[in-house]
Design a protein around this ligand. Structure first.
Ligand code: AKG
Length: 338
């Protein structure tokens, strides 16, 4: 039985977090006829109580965070990355964005270009350019490996005491006008990294958590990431997936699929979600480019997506904790091969 005290405490936290009743915070009269005032802690463009937004001061509140991550499958962490780090990553993006304007456009890894250990790539074309293995691009990207704003939550959800922790993929994505990513994933898929909880005990056993750091503000028309709340628990594919024979990813922009919710962020905010949730992105209709960094975390049992081998330079520059994530198992070779 839930105590009255717990209910009162949760209620207070929800209101403070902007997750509860909108009428406490803004009103139509104050904001104009068609909109509520935006809560100061809500993402740009969003109205109060729409999304599980976690403020910096609530970032260690496991009860709140676990509740909403379990229920919805995603969280938005406000102001999770320092402005100086966002600026440094943007500088790197700015210096390399000309790679996306080259012709012919990138197809998968075909004719990719290497920038040190970083490689150009695209998933399907319209999703833009991925600078894969971005963790090799300098200290600011190394700090992301075990960033204090999210790493303890990721460890808890993956149950890293039992399962270890690794990075499945690290990338910086730039998407221009017209770009999008199709609808994909969902609780119905039999893919080992799409687990969420241990089926018998209910313990956390998340097979993959995506951490997206916004490097630009992402509002309406900017090609926001979209999700279907709670769909990591669905036994059925989304109708758009079913119609295409339950494909993993459809070629249509996810934003136009029924039930999809656009998630708006300010630069420096982080969106954490289970890869099992049905998601994608809206088409970018605004001019300009959306930039974000994506780190995907998995138990160490899951192989990396493209098998980039960490450089000696990278391994030598990491802390022990970062090293354990980048290379959970050192390679074993016969002595004459070392
Ligand atoms: O590009 C986005 O906004 C979504 C990224 C995505 O679909 C993924 O992480 O699998």
């Amino acid at each position: 039985m839930i105590s009255k005290t717990l209910v009162a405490v949760m209620g207070r936290r929800l209101i403070e977090s902007g997750l509860s009743e909108p009428c406490q915070i803004g009103s139509r009269e104050q904001a104009g006829p068609n909109s509520f005032h935006t809560h100061p802690h809500q993402p740009r463009g969003a109205t109060v109580s729409e999304d599980p937004v976690i403020r910096p001061e609530d970032r260690e509140d496991e009860q709140l965070i676990d509740y909403f991550f379990e229920l919805y499958g995603y969280l938005i962490l406000k102001q999770a990355v320092a402005p100086a780090d966002v600026a440094e990553m943007n500088q790197w993006a700015h210096a390399h964005q000309h790679y996306m304007d080259e012709t012919p456009p990138q197809r998968g890894h075909v004719d990719s270009q290497w920038i040190g250990h970083v490689e150009t790539h695209t998933y399907s074309g319209p999703d833009g350019i991925n600078f894969q293995n971005i963790v090799e691009a300098g200290p600011v990207f190394e700090r992301h490996i075990d960033h204090p704003s999210w790493v303890d939550h990721v460890r808890r959800f993956v149950d890293s005491d039992r399962n270890g922790l690794s990075l499945h993929e690290t990338l910086l994505n730039i998407r221009k006008q017209g770009g999008y990513i199709g609808i994909h994933s969902g609780g119905h898929l039999s893919i080992p990294y799409m687990t969420f909880r241990q089926p018998n005990t209910g313990a956390w056993m998340v097979g993959q958590i995506n951490v997206i750091t916004a490097l630009t503000d992402i509002g309406p028309g900017d090609g926001a990431t979209t999700i279907i709340r709670g769909s990591h628990k669905s036994a059925l594919p989304h109708p758009k997936q079913a119609e295409a024979n339950a494909v993993y990813r459809s070629d249509e922009a996810a934003g136009s699929a029924i039930g999809m919710r656009e998630l708006y962020m300010d630069k420096g905010d982080v969106l954490m979600f289970t890869d099992a949730i049905t998601h994608g992105s809206a088409q970018r209709t605004n001019e300009g480019r959306r930039r974000m960094v994506l780190y995907r975390y998995s138990p160490r049992w899951i192989r990396t997506r493209f098998h980039y081998v960490p450089s000696q330079r990278l391994l030598a520059s990491l802390t022990d904790d970062q090293h354990a994530i980048m290379q959970p198992l050192p390679p074993r070779r016969p002595p004459e091969d070392v």
